[in-house]
Design a binder for this molecule. Structure first.
Ligand code: HEM
Length: 507
């Protein structure tokens, strides 16, 4: 057994457990659970020591889970890389997992994974009392009035970039779509959150950070799978360089950053035992959270719109109508301002965006059982869980359920509209669902940046369609790359060319 594997396994054992129990768990991790207990869900061990079903799960988690569901029903436990994960497949049971945040914990797991991936000391370390709670409190800056302020800044920064793009696109201009979304969203998000880099080559500095970010992000699924960073080529070096950009001496030079980042900085300063590098690593982690999913989600929203002319026409019509009715002119030199209500009322744009999120998101909502206990479920059902077991919801199954969404593989831009208004009632087997669209997670692990993310993507599409005629430049299908299944928004398996040209102001 490799050193890193044995260390990883030993981390799973909590203090105070008897030697006998430790031996039992050791056996469980390596060979698979030998004893099934009454009340526990059906167990799929797999025959490969330690890995269990990891390879099949990693190859295509969606298919694997559907196959197991057909065989074993809506609740089952799978042995995956030394862990026992109980999947709850029935969306009507989700609520029983989501609301039980006492016995089913999330933060400890997230802390372990994030601190390792982004190279900062765990928040739960006794050296940093209340750091986790303090950082969570700051998420208030991504809601309410502060959300409006940060959204306005994002709109302004997006417009600056689009204005620059406009000056280049008086005739048809061709670019790769993912690259385009990445460059626009990364720069606008960076400037909005962290501020403008004032040097003459400020834009270049941001694009250097972006290029390193793309390299790091390519290794993200491996890091999330607990593969040691030393085995991932230059990733460790790239991560270190990225983190160095966020050292205080660099960040203090950046102008006009956001309240949320400033507040995080103020909190870090209160912790003397948090080193300069550690603080910078936290800032880098926040950057990753803010663009890692938003960039691919923006790509899919744009790609599906361009693939479906009727969707593109309806959304553009809605945008033009809003501009007209509010007396705003489009064109590179005019500043467009959108209030929160106006953004909220773009029902076609929102529906199209939700539809692409339904199709491209694949996040697994994980909780960890804090004790041996019986989880009560709907209809007198119950399931016995052991301390340390993982419980997982896998909303991609819900998103692609033909009982909930007719023709789930088809993009229907107006799926989330009913009688001209937002549609929020979806049914399965004749029963209304509480949860029907979950790209941003659930309960205690719900994304704090979800409102900003939706605004950012709406604003990007708004400006793109207000300013440009846009069309696909290649006739090829782009598919989901499954290597991030369970980790958030899936990336496209290839990039695709598109063309854009400044729209005539007369139309
Ligand atoms: C389409 C865009 C986005 C998607 C799909 C998304 C999705 C998610 C999901 C599913 C989680 C929970 C992860 C888990 O369960 O382990 C999460 C966490 C998080 N997201 Fe987002 N996110 C998006 C954009 C953003 C943005 C724009 C920000 C900030 C500006 C942000 C900040 C965060 C943070 C800080 C966390 C960790 C929260 C914690 O400490 O528990 N996200 N996101």
């Amino acid at each position: 057994m490799t050193k890193s594997l044995s260390k990883y396994l030993s981390q799973g054992y909590e203090r105070g457990v008897t030697q006998e129990r430790k031996a039992d768990r050791w056996w469980d991790c390596i060979v698979g659970r030998k004893n099934w207990k009454t009340g526990e869900p059906p167990l799929i061990n797999g025959w490969i020591p330690y890995l269990g079903k990891a390879l099949l799960f990693r190859k295509d988690a969606f298919k694997f889970l559907l196959d197991q569901q057909k065989k074993l029903g809506d609740i089952f436990t799978v042995h995956i890389a030394g862990r026992y994960i109980t999947f709850i497949m029935d969306p009507f049971q989700y609520v029983y997992v989501i609301r039980n945040s006492k016995q089913l914990e999330f933060h400890e797991f997230a802390d372990k994974m994030a601190s390792k991936t982004f190279d900062y000391p765990a928040l739960s370390n006794v050296k940093f009392p209340d750091l986790k709670e303090n950082l969570h409190r700051i998420y208030q800056y991504l809601q309410g009035k502060p959300l409006e302020i940060i959204s306005d800044h994002m709109m302004k920064n997006l417009q600056d970039i689009f204005e620059w793009k406009c000056s280049q696109a008086t005739d048809w201009e061709t670019e790769k779509m993912y690259k385009f979304c990445c460059s626009v969203m990364f720069e606008a998000s960076f400037v909005t959150l962290y501020g403008r880099v004032p040097a003459a080559d400020g834009r270049k500095v941001i694009s250097e950070i972006r290029d390193k970010f793309i390299k790091f992000d390519a290794s993200f699924p491996y890091l999330a799978a607990n593969i040691p960073i030393e085995l991932l080529g230059t990733t460790k070096k790239v991560r270190k360089e990225l983190i160095h950009h966020f050292l205080l001496q660099n960040m203090t030079k950046w102008l006009g950053g956001s309240k949320v980042v400033q507040a995080r900085q103020d909190i870090f300063e209160k912790y003397e035992l948090l080193g300069d590098y550690d603080k910078a690593a936290h800032h880098f982690a926040f950057l990753w959270a803010s663009v890692g999913n938003t960039i691919p989600a923006t790509f899919w929203a744009m790609y599906y719109l361009l693939r479906h002319p009727e969707a593109l026409a309806a959304v553009r019509d809605e945008i033009d109508h809003l501009l007209q009715s509010t007396g705003q002119k489009r064109g590179p030199t005019y500043n467009i301002h959108l209030t929160r209500e106006q953004l909220d009322n773009l029902v076609y744009l929102e529906s199209a965006l939700n539809e692409s999120l339904r199709m491209c998101s694949s996040s697994m909502n994980i909780r960890i059982s804090q004790e041996d206990f019986v989880l009560k479920l709907e209809g007198d059902q119950e399931v016995s869980l052991r301390k340390g077991d993982w419980i997982a919801l896998y909303p991609q199954i819900l998103h692609m359920d033909p009982e909930v969404y007719e023709d789930p593989k088809e993009y229907k831009f107006d799926r989330y509209i009913e009688n001209g208004k937002k549609k929020t009632t979806f049914y399965k087997a004749g029963r209304k669902l509480k949860y029907f669209l979950m790209p941003f997670g659930s309960g205690i692990s719900m994304c704090p940046g979800r409102f900003l993310a939706m605004n950012e993507m709406k604003m990007f599409l708004f400006l793109l369609l207000a300013h440009f005629d846009v069309e696909l430049g290649e006739n090829k299908a782009v598919r989901l790359d499954n290597s991030r299944m369970g980790l958030g928004i899936l990336l496209p398996d290839t990039d695709i060319a598109f063309r854009y040209k400044l729209r005539s102001l007369r139309n």
